[in-house]
Design a protein around this ligand. Structure first.
Ligand code: CP3
Length: 387
Protein backbone atom coordinates (compact mmCIF):
# COMPACT_ATOMS: atom_id res chain seq x y z
CA UNK A 1 0.00 0.00 0.00
CA UNK A 2 1.40 3.37 -0.95
CA UNK A 3 1.69 6.09 1.67
CA UNK A 4 1.82 9.00 -0.74
CA UNK A 5 -0.06 11.83 0.90
CA UNK A 6 -2.12 12.91 -2.09
CA UNK A 7 -4.50 9.95 -1.99
CA UNK A 8 -5.96 10.62 1.45
CA UNK A 9 -8.65 13.24 1.97
CA UNK A 10 -7.79 15.56 4.84
CA UNK A 11 -10.62 15.53 7.40
CA UNK A 12 -12.49 18.69 8.17
CA UNK A 13 -11.12 19.49 11.63
CA UNK A 14 -11.14 22.79 13.44
CA UNK A 15 -7.63 22.19 14.86
CA UNK A 16 -6.14 21.68 11.43
CA UNK A 17 -4.34 25.04 11.38
CA UNK A 18 -4.18 25.48 15.14
CA UNK A 19 -2.31 22.40 16.32
CA UNK A 20 1.02 24.24 16.76
CA UNK A 21 -0.59 26.89 18.88
CA UNK A 22 -2.45 24.24 20.91
CA UNK A 23 0.73 22.19 21.42
CA UNK A 24 2.67 25.26 22.55
CA UNK A 25 0.01 26.06 25.13
CA UNK A 26 0.74 22.80 27.01
CA UNK A 27 3.25 22.55 29.87
CA UNK A 28 6.50 20.75 28.88
CA UNK A 29 6.61 16.97 29.26
CA UNK A 30 8.53 15.86 32.36
CA UNK A 31 8.45 12.09 31.81
CA UNK A 32 9.14 10.94 28.25
CA UNK A 33 10.01 7.27 29.02
CA UNK A 34 7.00 6.04 27.03
CA UNK A 35 7.88 8.05 23.95
CA UNK A 36 11.52 6.98 24.11
CA UNK A 37 10.63 3.28 24.44
CA UNK A 38 8.25 3.67 21.50
CA UNK A 39 11.19 5.00 19.47
CA UNK A 40 13.10 1.81 20.22
CA UNK A 41 15.28 3.03 23.06
CA UNK A 42 16.22 0.53 25.76
CA UNK A 43 15.17 2.89 28.54
CA UNK A 44 16.69 2.84 32.06
CA UNK A 45 13.51 1.09 33.19
CA UNK A 46 10.36 0.15 31.32
CA UNK A 47 7.63 2.80 31.17
CA UNK A 48 4.45 1.27 32.57
CA UNK A 49 0.75 1.88 32.04
CA UNK A 50 -2.26 -0.42 32.13
CA UNK A 51 -5.03 -0.93 29.59
CA UNK A 52 -8.36 0.19 31.11
CA UNK A 53 -6.46 1.95 33.89
CA UNK A 54 -9.40 4.32 34.34
CA UNK A 55 -12.32 2.13 35.26
CA UNK A 56 -14.36 -0.01 37.52
CA UNK A 57 -11.68 -1.20 39.94
CA UNK A 58 -11.32 2.42 41.14
CA UNK A 59 -13.78 3.67 43.80
CA UNK A 60 -13.42 7.25 42.53
CA UNK A 61 -14.53 6.05 39.05
CA UNK A 62 -17.58 4.25 40.49
CA UNK A 63 -18.46 7.39 42.41
CA UNK A 64 -18.63 9.43 39.16
CA UNK A 65 -20.58 6.63 37.43
CA UNK A 66 -23.29 6.78 40.13
CA UNK A 67 -24.53 10.04 38.68
CA UNK A 68 -23.44 9.82 35.00
CA UNK A 69 -24.06 7.18 32.32
CA UNK A 70 -21.06 5.63 30.58
CA UNK A 71 -21.47 7.51 27.29
CA UNK A 72 -22.25 10.73 29.17
CA UNK A 73 -18.78 10.31 30.72
CA UNK A 74 -17.25 9.85 27.26
CA UNK A 75 -19.14 12.74 25.69
CA UNK A 76 -18.60 15.34 28.42
CA UNK A 77 -15.01 16.63 28.08
CA UNK A 78 -14.73 17.70 31.74
CA UNK A 79 -15.85 14.23 32.92
CA UNK A 80 -13.70 12.32 30.41
CA UNK A 81 -10.73 14.41 31.46
CA UNK A 82 -11.43 13.91 35.17
CA UNK A 83 -11.66 10.11 34.69
CA UNK A 84 -8.45 10.05 32.63
CA UNK A 85 -6.62 11.85 35.42
CA UNK A 86 -7.96 9.67 38.27
CA UNK A 87 -5.39 6.87 37.89
CA UNK A 88 -2.61 9.42 37.26
CA UNK A 89 -3.44 11.29 40.47
CA UNK A 90 -3.67 8.05 42.45
CA UNK A 91 -0.57 6.32 41.04
CA UNK A 92 2.48 8.58 40.57
CA UNK A 93 4.24 5.44 39.22
CA UNK A 94 2.19 5.42 35.99
CA UNK A 95 4.19 6.60 32.97
CA UNK A 96 1.29 7.26 30.59
CA UNK A 97 -2.33 8.29 30.52
CA UNK A 98 -4.96 7.12 28.02
CA UNK A 99 -7.92 9.29 27.21
CA UNK A 100 -11.22 8.10 28.68
CA UNK A 101 -13.52 7.10 25.82
CA UNK A 102 -14.54 3.86 24.10
CA UNK A 103 -13.83 2.12 20.82
CA UNK A 104 -17.60 2.00 20.13
CA UNK A 105 -17.88 5.74 19.51
CA UNK A 106 -16.93 4.95 15.88
CA UNK A 107 -20.06 2.82 15.21
CA UNK A 108 -22.00 5.66 16.88
CA UNK A 109 -20.46 8.17 14.45
CA UNK A 110 -21.49 5.84 11.63
CA UNK A 111 -25.08 6.17 12.82
CA UNK A 112 -25.51 3.03 14.95
CA UNK A 113 -27.06 3.10 18.38
CA UNK A 114 -24.75 1.75 21.11
CA UNK A 115 -25.90 1.23 24.69
CA UNK A 116 -23.76 0.25 27.66
CA UNK A 117 -25.84 -2.09 29.77
CA UNK A 118 -24.82 -2.51 33.41
CA UNK A 119 -24.19 -6.27 33.54
CA UNK A 120 -24.01 -7.01 29.81
CA UNK A 121 -21.52 -4.51 28.42
CA UNK A 122 -22.11 -2.96 24.98
CA UNK A 123 -25.36 -3.58 23.10
CA UNK A 124 -26.06 -2.44 19.52
CA UNK A 125 -29.82 -2.97 19.12
CA UNK A 126 -29.82 -2.92 15.29
CA UNK A 127 -26.78 -4.93 14.13
CA UNK A 128 -25.70 -5.30 10.50
CA UNK A 129 -27.03 -8.66 9.37
CA UNK A 130 -26.54 -8.50 5.59
CA UNK A 131 -24.82 -6.24 3.05
CA UNK A 132 -28.04 -4.31 2.41
CA UNK A 133 -27.69 -3.02 6.00
CA UNK A 134 -24.60 -1.07 4.91
CA UNK A 135 -27.03 1.46 3.45
CA UNK A 136 -27.98 2.42 7.01
CA UNK A 137 -24.49 3.71 7.78
CA UNK A 138 -23.74 7.41 7.48
CA UNK A 139 -22.00 8.25 4.21
CA UNK A 140 -19.48 10.97 4.86
CA UNK A 141 -18.80 11.04 8.57
CA UNK A 142 -17.77 14.43 9.91
CA UNK A 143 -15.64 13.37 12.91
CA UNK A 144 -15.48 16.91 14.26
CA UNK A 145 -19.26 17.09 14.41
CA UNK A 146 -19.81 13.55 15.69
CA UNK A 147 -16.81 13.09 17.96
CA UNK A 148 -15.44 16.59 18.58
CA UNK A 149 -16.07 16.03 22.31
CA UNK A 150 -13.13 13.62 22.30
CA UNK A 151 -10.79 16.24 20.84
CA UNK A 152 -11.91 18.73 23.47
CA UNK A 153 -11.38 16.14 26.21
CA UNK A 154 -7.84 15.55 24.95
CA UNK A 155 -6.88 19.23 24.97
CA UNK A 156 -8.35 19.64 28.44
CA UNK A 157 -6.55 16.56 29.72
CA UNK A 158 -3.16 17.72 28.41
CA UNK A 159 -3.64 20.83 30.53
CA UNK A 160 -4.69 18.80 33.58
CA UNK A 161 -1.71 16.48 33.19
CA UNK A 162 0.62 19.47 33.46
CA UNK A 163 3.35 17.49 31.68
CA UNK A 164 3.40 14.65 34.23
CA UNK A 165 3.12 11.88 31.61
CA UNK A 166 2.24 11.63 27.90
CA UNK A 167 -1.36 11.17 26.76
CA UNK A 168 -2.34 8.25 24.51
CA UNK A 169 -5.21 8.54 22.03
CA UNK A 170 -6.88 5.43 20.61
CA UNK A 171 -9.49 3.77 18.43
CA UNK A 172 -10.77 0.26 17.82
CA UNK A 173 -9.45 -1.69 14.85
CA UNK A 174 -11.89 -2.16 11.96
CA UNK A 175 -12.28 -5.94 12.41
CA UNK A 176 -13.09 -5.60 16.13
CA UNK A 177 -15.56 -2.81 15.39
CA UNK A 178 -17.10 -4.80 12.55
CA UNK A 179 -17.54 -7.72 14.97
CA UNK A 180 -19.51 -5.50 17.39
CA UNK A 181 -21.49 -3.96 14.54
CA UNK A 182 -22.51 -7.36 13.11
CA UNK A 183 -23.01 -9.23 16.39
CA UNK A 184 -24.86 -6.43 18.17
CA UNK A 185 -22.59 -6.78 21.23
CA UNK A 186 -20.06 -9.19 22.64
CA UNK A 187 -20.13 -12.78 21.38
CA UNK A 188 -18.77 -16.23 22.18
CA UNK A 189 -19.11 -17.69 18.68
CA UNK A 190 -18.76 -14.64 16.41
CA UNK A 191 -21.41 -16.31 14.29
CA UNK A 192 -22.66 -13.19 12.53
CA UNK A 193 -19.41 -11.33 11.95
CA UNK A 194 -17.46 -14.39 10.83
CA UNK A 195 -20.25 -15.51 8.50
CA UNK A 196 -19.94 -12.07 6.87
CA UNK A 197 -16.28 -12.85 6.14
CA UNK A 198 -17.15 -16.21 4.52
CA UNK A 199 -20.36 -15.23 2.75
CA UNK A 200 -19.66 -11.64 1.78
CA UNK A 201 -15.88 -11.15 1.54
CA UNK A 202 -16.16 -8.19 -0.82
CA UNK A 203 -18.77 -6.35 1.24
CA UNK A 204 -16.86 -7.17 4.42
CA UNK A 205 -13.83 -5.38 2.98
CA UNK A 206 -16.03 -2.46 1.99
CA UNK A 207 -17.33 -2.22 5.56
CA UNK A 208 -13.83 -2.54 7.03
CA UNK A 209 -12.55 0.27 4.80
CA UNK A 210 -15.47 2.50 5.71
CA UNK A 211 -14.76 1.96 9.39
CA UNK A 212 -11.02 2.46 8.81
CA UNK A 213 -11.60 5.87 7.24
CA UNK A 214 -13.49 7.10 10.30
CA UNK A 215 -10.86 5.59 12.64
CA UNK A 216 -8.03 7.34 10.78
CA UNK A 217 -9.78 10.72 10.85
CA UNK A 218 -10.50 10.21 14.54
CA UNK A 219 -6.84 9.47 15.27
CA UNK A 220 -5.66 12.50 13.27
CA UNK A 221 -8.09 14.68 15.23
CA UNK A 222 -6.79 13.26 18.52
CA UNK A 223 -3.18 14.05 17.61
CA UNK A 224 -4.02 17.60 16.51
CA UNK A 225 -5.84 18.07 19.82
CA UNK A 226 -2.81 16.91 21.82
CA UNK A 227 -2.51 13.09 21.87
CA UNK A 228 1.20 12.18 21.99
CA UNK A 229 0.95 8.53 21.02
CA UNK A 230 -1.79 6.31 19.57
CA UNK A 231 -3.03 2.78 20.05
CA UNK A 232 -5.32 0.71 17.83
CA UNK A 233 -7.19 -2.02 19.77
CA UNK A 234 -7.92 -5.18 17.77
CA UNK A 235 -9.39 -7.07 20.71
CA UNK A 236 -11.00 -9.80 18.60
CA UNK A 237 -8.06 -10.45 16.25
CA UNK A 238 -7.59 -13.86 17.89
CA UNK A 239 -10.98 -15.04 16.58
CA UNK A 240 -9.58 -15.15 13.04
CA UNK A 241 -7.46 -17.74 11.28
CA UNK A 242 -3.98 -16.39 10.43
CA UNK A 243 -5.16 -16.30 6.82
CA UNK A 244 -8.27 -14.25 7.70
CA UNK A 245 -6.18 -11.97 9.86
CA UNK A 246 -3.87 -11.27 6.92
CA UNK A 247 -6.72 -10.92 4.46
CA UNK A 248 -9.33 -8.96 6.43
CA UNK A 249 -8.03 -7.52 9.71
CA UNK A 250 -4.51 -6.33 8.96
CA UNK A 251 -5.02 -4.40 5.67
CA UNK A 252 -7.47 -1.85 7.16
CA UNK A 253 -5.13 -1.41 10.16
CA UNK A 254 -2.28 -0.66 7.77
CA UNK A 255 -4.54 1.71 5.87
CA UNK A 256 -5.23 3.57 9.14
CA UNK A 257 -1.57 3.98 10.16
CA UNK A 258 -0.54 5.09 6.68
CA UNK A 259 -3.42 7.51 6.36
CA UNK A 260 -2.75 9.02 9.80
CA UNK A 261 0.99 9.36 9.26
CA UNK A 262 0.55 10.71 5.78
CA UNK A 263 -2.00 13.38 6.76
CA UNK A 264 0.07 14.47 9.77
CA UNK A 265 3.12 14.77 7.55
CA UNK A 266 1.18 16.85 5.09
CA UNK A 267 0.16 19.19 7.91
CA UNK A 268 3.78 19.62 8.98
CA UNK A 269 3.17 17.72 12.21
CA UNK A 270 6.18 15.70 13.46
CA UNK A 271 3.95 12.63 13.85
CA UNK A 272 3.50 10.20 16.72
CA UNK A 273 4.27 6.54 17.37
CA UNK A 274 1.40 4.10 16.93
CA UNK A 275 0.83 0.80 18.73
CA UNK A 276 -1.18 -2.10 17.34
CA UNK A 277 -2.69 -4.40 19.95
CA UNK A 278 -3.96 -7.41 17.99
CA UNK A 279 -5.02 -9.58 20.88
CA UNK A 280 -4.66 -13.29 20.23
CA UNK A 281 -3.15 -12.90 16.74
CA UNK A 282 -0.18 -14.91 17.88
CA UNK A 283 0.83 -17.10 14.94
CA UNK A 284 4.55 -16.70 14.13
CA UNK A 285 3.56 -15.99 10.51
CA UNK A 286 1.36 -13.11 11.74
CA UNK A 287 4.21 -11.65 13.79
CA UNK A 288 6.41 -11.79 10.73
CA UNK A 289 3.86 -9.68 8.85
CA UNK A 290 4.08 -7.11 11.65
CA UNK A 291 7.86 -6.98 11.91
CA UNK A 292 8.62 -3.90 9.85
CA UNK A 293 7.25 -0.54 11.06
CA UNK A 294 8.15 1.05 7.74
CA UNK A 295 5.66 -1.15 5.90
CA UNK A 296 2.98 -1.57 8.59
CA UNK A 297 3.12 1.95 10.03
CA UNK A 298 3.06 0.44 13.56
CA UNK A 299 6.07 1.28 15.71
CA UNK A 300 4.99 -0.90 18.62
CA UNK A 301 3.08 -4.14 18.98
CA UNK A 302 1.03 -4.93 22.09
CA UNK A 303 1.29 -8.55 23.23
CA UNK A 304 -1.23 -10.54 25.22
CA UNK A 305 -0.05 -12.81 28.05
CA UNK A 306 -0.11 -16.09 26.09
CA UNK A 307 3.21 -15.45 24.32
CA UNK A 308 6.77 -15.20 25.57
CA UNK A 309 8.62 -11.94 24.82
CA UNK A 310 11.85 -13.70 23.80
CA UNK A 311 10.02 -15.93 21.38
CA UNK A 312 8.13 -12.99 19.86
CA UNK A 313 11.36 -11.03 19.54
CA UNK A 314 12.77 -13.91 17.47
CA UNK A 315 9.73 -13.86 15.19
CA UNK A 316 9.54 -10.09 14.71
CA UNK A 317 13.25 -9.23 14.63
CA UNK A 318 14.77 -6.02 16.00
CA UNK A 319 12.85 -3.20 14.28
CA UNK A 320 9.54 -3.12 16.08
CA UNK A 321 9.04 -2.20 19.75
CA UNK A 322 6.95 -4.33 22.05
CA UNK A 323 4.41 -3.68 24.77
CA UNK A 324 3.04 -6.07 27.38
CA UNK A 325 2.42 -8.61 28.57
CA UNK A 326 1.63 -9.45 32.19
CA UNK A 327 -1.31 -11.78 32.72
CA UNK A 328 -4.11 -9.48 34.00
CA UNK A 329 -4.99 -12.07 36.66
CA UNK A 330 -1.54 -11.65 38.23
CA UNK A 331 -3.26 -8.76 40.00
CA UNK A 332 -5.26 -11.33 41.97
CA UNK A 333 -2.03 -13.07 42.98
CA UNK A 334 -1.34 -11.23 46.24
CA UNK A 335 1.76 -9.18 47.00
CA UNK A 336 4.22 -12.06 46.82
CA UNK A 337 2.67 -13.59 43.71
CA UNK A 338 2.74 -10.25 41.93
CA UNK A 339 6.35 -9.59 42.84
CA UNK A 340 7.54 -13.06 41.81
CA UNK A 341 5.84 -12.83 38.41
CA UNK A 342 6.97 -9.28 37.69
CA UNK A 343 10.55 -10.28 38.51
CA UNK A 344 10.36 -13.39 36.31
CA UNK A 345 8.79 -11.77 33.27
CA UNK A 346 10.90 -8.59 33.49
CA UNK A 347 14.01 -10.75 33.12
CA UNK A 348 12.55 -12.27 29.93
CA UNK A 349 11.77 -8.81 28.59
CA UNK A 350 15.22 -7.45 29.31
CA UNK A 351 16.78 -10.45 27.53
CA UNK A 352 14.43 -9.93 24.55
CA UNK A 353 15.97 -6.47 23.98
CA UNK A 354 14.66 -3.43 22.09
CA UNK A 355 12.01 -0.95 23.20
CA UNK A 356 9.76 -2.36 25.95
CA UNK A 357 6.63 -0.72 27.33
CA UNK A 358 5.35 -2.65 30.35
CA UNK A 359 1.59 -3.30 30.37
CA UNK A 360 -0.92 -6.03 31.07
CA UNK A 361 -1.75 -8.39 28.22
CA UNK A 362 -5.37 -7.14 28.33
CA UNK A 363 -7.41 -4.69 30.38
CA UNK A 364 -7.40 -4.60 34.18
CA UNK A 365 -10.52 -6.32 35.55
CA UNK A 366 -13.16 -4.81 37.87
CA UNK A 367 -12.38 -6.81 41.05
CA UNK A 368 -8.72 -5.85 41.32
CA UNK A 369 -7.90 -4.11 44.60
CA UNK A 370 -6.52 -0.64 43.91
CA UNK A 371 -3.60 -1.29 46.30
CA UNK A 372 -2.61 -4.39 44.31
CA UNK A 373 -2.45 -2.29 41.14
CA UNK A 374 -0.18 0.12 43.07
CA UNK A 375 2.05 -2.76 44.17
CA UNK A 376 2.25 -4.08 40.59
CA UNK A 377 3.49 -0.67 39.38
CA UNK A 378 6.00 -0.58 42.24
CA UNK A 379 7.35 -3.99 41.24
CA UNK A 380 7.66 -3.02 37.56
CA UNK A 381 9.69 0.04 38.57
CA UNK A 382 12.00 -2.18 40.62
CA UNK A 383 12.48 -5.19 38.33
CA UNK A 384 12.45 -3.56 34.89
CA UNK A 385 15.60 -1.55 35.69
CA UNK A 386 18.44 -2.27 33.30
CA UNK A 387 21.90 -2.62 34.86
O1 CP3 B 1 -8.60 3.51 30.83
C1 CP3 B 1 -8.65 3.24 29.63
O2 CP3 B 1 -8.08 2.24 29.13
C2 CP3 B 1 -9.32 4.21 28.67
C3 CP3 B 1 -10.70 3.99 28.39
C4 CP3 B 1 -11.17 2.77 27.62
C5 CP3 B 1 -12.45 2.20 27.84
N1 CP3 B 1 -12.66 1.27 26.87
C6 CP3 B 1 -13.36 2.60 28.92
C7 CP3 B 1 -14.42 1.67 29.34
C8 CP3 B 1 -10.59 2.08 26.53
C9 CP3 B 1 -9.21 2.24 25.92
C10 CP3 B 1 -11.57 1.15 26.08
C11 CP3 B 1 -11.36 0.28 24.90
C12 CP3 B 1 -12.34 -0.77 24.61
N2 CP3 B 1 -13.70 -0.72 24.74
C13 CP3 B 1 -12.00 -2.01 24.03
C14 CP3 B 1 -10.61 -2.44 23.62
C15 CP3 B 1 -9.82 -2.94 24.76
C16 CP3 B 1 -10.27 -4.28 25.30
O3 CP3 B 1 -10.61 -4.30 26.49
O4 CP3 B 1 -10.27 -5.25 24.56
C17 CP3 B 1 -13.19 -2.74 23.87
C18 CP3 B 1 -13.33 -4.15 23.31
C19 CP3 B 1 -14.27 -1.91 24.31
C20 CP3 B 1 -15.72 -2.21 24.31
C21 CP3 B 1 -16.26 -2.25 25.68
N3 CP3 B 1 -16.48 -1.14 26.44
C22 CP3 B 1 -16.66 -3.39 26.44
C23 CP3 B 1 -16.59 -4.82 25.97
C24 CP3 B 1 -17.13 -2.93 27.68
C25 CP3 B 1 -17.78 -3.70 28.79
C26 CP3 B 1 -16.89 -4.59 29.52
C27 CP3 B 1 -15.84 -3.88 30.37
O5 CP3 B 1 -14.65 -4.17 30.18
O6 CP3 B 1 -16.19 -3.08 31.23
C28 CP3 B 1 -16.94 -1.52 27.68
C29 CP3 B 1 -17.24 -0.60 28.78
C30 CP3 B 1 -16.16 0.26 29.30
N4 CP3 B 1 -15.25 0.93 28.54
C31 CP3 B 1 -15.96 0.59 30.67
C32 CP3 B 1 -14.87 1.47 30.70
C33 CP3 B 1 -14.28 2.15 31.89
C34 CP3 B 1 -16.81 0.12 31.86
C35 CP3 B 1 -18.17 0.67 31.68
C36 CP3 B 1 -18.90 1.06 32.92
O7 CP3 B 1 -18.43 1.89 33.70
O8 CP3 B 1 -20.03 0.58 33.04
Amino acid sequence: MSSSSSEYAIPNLKNIDKWREIEQSFPPLKNDLLLRAARGEETERAPVWVMRQAGRYLPEFLEVRKSHSFFECCQTPSLASKLTLQPIDRYPRLDASIIFCDILVVPQALGMEVLMEPSKGPVLPAPLRSPSDLERLNKDVDVEKELGYLFEAITLTRKGLAGRVPLIGFCGAPWTLMAYMCEGGGSKTFENSKSWLYKYPKESKELLRKVADVCADLLVGQVLAGAQMLQVFDSWAGELTPHQYAEFALPPCIYISHKVKSILKQLGHPGVAITLFAKGANAPSTFRLLSNPETTGYDTLGLDWTVDPLEVREWVGPKVNLQGNFDPTVLYGGKEGIEREVERLSERWKKAGGGWIANLGHGITPNVKPEDMGWFLECVHKYSKRD
